[in-house]
Ligand binder design. Structure first.
Ligand code: PUT
Length: 292
């Protein structure tokens, strides 16, 4: 009974639980910010869990990392400066490194333990840190952004954990304001934005905040990640006022990038068809999150 209370009381999806068979626990510790767990599952490979919530599995991480990265970077010509907020597992860095136009990749991750654990247990993701264009900052993303030079970045990717506790501020207006300030005119943000099935109100809130702040374009896209709650994950994707960005038709298609297909790891999920399809939304979401 006590167990049931714990499993079904997650504030982000109350009344639901996910279940994967655990073959062995590989790592378990408490960092300054959260409980960190790595286990070997019987069907999804190794799994990273933070505060009881699955962050990635070896089998399906490709869908999340590729979409959150290439949706924005393939929507603008020749991205050069990119900031990742969160993303301490390195998977988003690995994907950014496919883009040869990129000259500088800043990453601000608050929890050093996530980086260390990824380097030890998820080398296919942590390989992203080996790119010489990467500059690692261990610290608070909100603080980092507040000191970022105005208009510095072509793209900002917010790869956070779910907005409970300290990550709550990552879905609030002041955070989006600092992001917009740090982007160049016509720069793009791609922000993890939960499940359309479970978090319609949160998506509606994020979209309406972003519409106030980002005067270019504001869209919602989604993809399939079986081990995330309800099996999907969404992204709020926006551009600042400036050269117009047509998110629906990638101007910088991955298939035409020099470096993308020479990368040592093949793309598993993302391609230009998936990019375009990601913006097709079910009718209930269009209505309830006012995405008509
Ligand atoms: N960055 C991981 C996202 C987790 C969504 N539940």
């Amino acid at each position: 009974k006590a167990g049931k209370r714990v499993y079904f009381n997650n504030p982000i999806w109350p009344g639901e639980a996910q279940c994967l068979r655990v073959e062995s626990i590989l790592y378990q510790a408490k960092s300054d910010y959260q409980e960190v767990l790595v286990f070997e599952s019987s069907s999804y490979g190794k799994v990273l869990v933070l505060d009881g919530i699955i962050q990635l599995t070896e089998k399906d991480e490709c869908a999340y990392q590729e979409m959150i990265t290439h949706l924005p970077l393939c929507s603008i010509p020749s991205p050069k400066t990119v900031l990742v907020v969160g993303g301490g597992d390195g998977g988003v860095l690995r994907e950014i490194s496919r883009h040869n136009s990129v000259e500088q990749i800043d990453i601000c991750e608050i929890d050093r333990m996530v980086i260390d654990v990824s380097k030890k247990f998820f080398p296919e993701l942590a390989a992203g840190f080996d790119d010489p264009r990467v500059r690692l900052h261990v610290g608070d993303g909100v603080e980092f952004l507040s000191h970022a030079p105005e208009g510095k970045y072509d793209a900002i990717i917010v790869d956070s954990s779910d907005p409970v506790g300290p990550a709550q501020q990552l879905v609030e207006k002041p955070f989006f304001e600092t992001i917009a300030r740090a982007l160049r005119p016509g720069g793009v943000l791609c922000n993890m934005a939960e499940s359309m099935w479970l978090h319609t109100h949160m998506i509606d809130d994020m979209i309406s905040i972003c519409r106030e702040i980002f005067k270019g374009s504001v869209r919602y896209a989604w993809g399939s990640v079986p081990t995330y709650p309800s099996g999907v994950i969404g992204f709020v994707i926006c551009s600042t006022e400036g050269p117009p960005v047509d998110f629906l038709n990638p101007i910088n298609p991955i298939e035409k990038l020099d470096g993308a297909d020479q990368h040592k790891r093949e793309l598993r999920y993302y391609n230009s068809e998936m990019h375009k399809a990601a913006f097709a939304l079910p009718s209930f979401l269009k209505r309830e999150a006012r995405l008509l």
